[in-house]
Design a protein around this ligand. Structure first.
Ligand code: AHG
Ligand code: MN
Ligand code: MN
Ligand code: MN
Length: 332
């Protein structure tokens, strides 16, 4: 971002959201307040990450495993709790569902005022934290349906079209927030000196085709023949190049801006792949589709998938229309 001068028109995230919500059918005030809280969580996490190497007890593992069977990092716990604490006393959401919590976290004092649920991946790409590479946070907002008296959150087991808003925060050299409320995709840079997210690009459109394919080829031997044929195809054609960072948010952001395709397919032993639907692939699918791209499991649109459980995984192919179609043409 260039130096802020007084003549520069700085649109802050909060102003942008209010403009977007002008003709919004739902409760615009609430949604705008929720987005501002998410931005606050992003600022807190960004600040912690930027000092991680200087402070004790920020890097490394906690020694625990999460419900996914993964070793939990201290940053996973910190970021998970940041989202809880920014929403706890807000009256805005009554449940939070996260990668790091087996069951949703209920805030009964916010019910029935807050009729929204926040679904989130507090730190995406945790393996990058200890080596100072990019990580992200992913979020989606859904309206609570019914009273959820038994605390099973069954109303969350619906397709991705139920998302009211979604987006991600990428903690890279700069911190970027990208969101949609179903009216295009918009990006904002965090100006640390102002503590504000400043509009960078409105109505982002993903190119129809890009040269990047982003996949963990370490899994090659575990894939179906069709997928291996696709990768052999891109290997044979000069116009493709591989990029894979180990943090979905970073890889998707590159593809959103420059085109291409991200894949996390199922494997022989894990047909659903690794990525989780409710707080990873569905929010990113909402973003990519709003930007004019496609998001598929290989069999159906990610946004059409109805999960059986909160932590359900889905295979994922997201990106430029042409490139997603090319992958699908191998699968079918
Ligand atoms: P998380 O750190 O939230 O558990 O997510 C990790 C995800 C995603 O960010 C990344 O694209 C993928 O896992 C990397 O997995 P592999 O190491 O299996 O490629
Ligand atoms: Mn994880
Ligand atoms: Mn993740
Ligand atoms: Mn995570």
């Amino acid at each position: 971002i260039p130096e802020h001068s007084l003549d520069r028109d700085c649109t802050t995230l909060s102003r942008h959201i209010l403009q977007q919500l002008n003709d919004f059918s739902g409760d615009a005030q609430d949604l705008s307040a929720i987005m501002n809280r998410i931005a606050l969580a992003g600022k807190l996490i960004s600040r912690r990450l930027s000092r991680a190497g200087l402070m004790a007890n920020v890097l490394g593992f906690t020694g625990e495993d999460n419900i996914q069977g993964e070793s939990v990092k201290k940053m996973d716990v910190y970021a998970n709790e940041v989202f809880i604490s920014v929403f706890k006393q807000s009256g805005l959401v009554c449940r939070l569902a996260s990668e790091e919590m087996e069951k949703p976290y209920y805030i009964p004092e916010n019910c029935p005022i807050g009729r929204y649920t926040l679904l989130y991946d507090p730190i995406d790409g945790s393996s990058n934290v200890d080596i100072n590479l990019n990580v992200g946070s992913i979020f989606a907002i859904r309206q609570q349906e019914g009273d959820d008296l038994d605390g099973e959150a069954r109303d969350l087991l619906q397709n991705g079209h139920k998302q009211v808003a979604a987006g991600y925060i990428l903690y890279g050299p700069a911190t970027v927030l990208v969101y949609t409320i179903g009216k295009g995709v918009h990006s904002f840079f965090l100006d640390p000196s102002l503590g504000e997210f400043i509009l960078a690009e409105e109505n982002i459109k993903i190119p129809n085709h890009g040269s990047v394919y982003s996949v963990n080829e370490g899994n090659f031997c575990k894939w179906d023949d069709s997928l291996r044929d696709y990768v052999r195809y891109v290997h044979r054609h000069d116009s493709y190049t591989g990029r894979y960072s180990g943090a979905l948010v970073g890889d998707i952001h590159r593809i959103l801006m420059q085109g291409g395709v991200f894949l996390y397919p199922g494997t022989k032993d894990k047909p659903e792949g690794k990525l989780r639907l409710l707080y990873e692939t569905a929010p990113l699918a909402f973003i990519i589709e709003q930007a004019g791209g496609k998001a598929s499991t290989g069999k159906e649109d990610i946004l059409d998938v109805i999960p059986q459980k909160i932590h359900q995984r889905t295979p994922a192919i997201l990106g430029s229309c042409e490139d997603v179609d090319l992958v699908k043409s191998f699968i079918q």
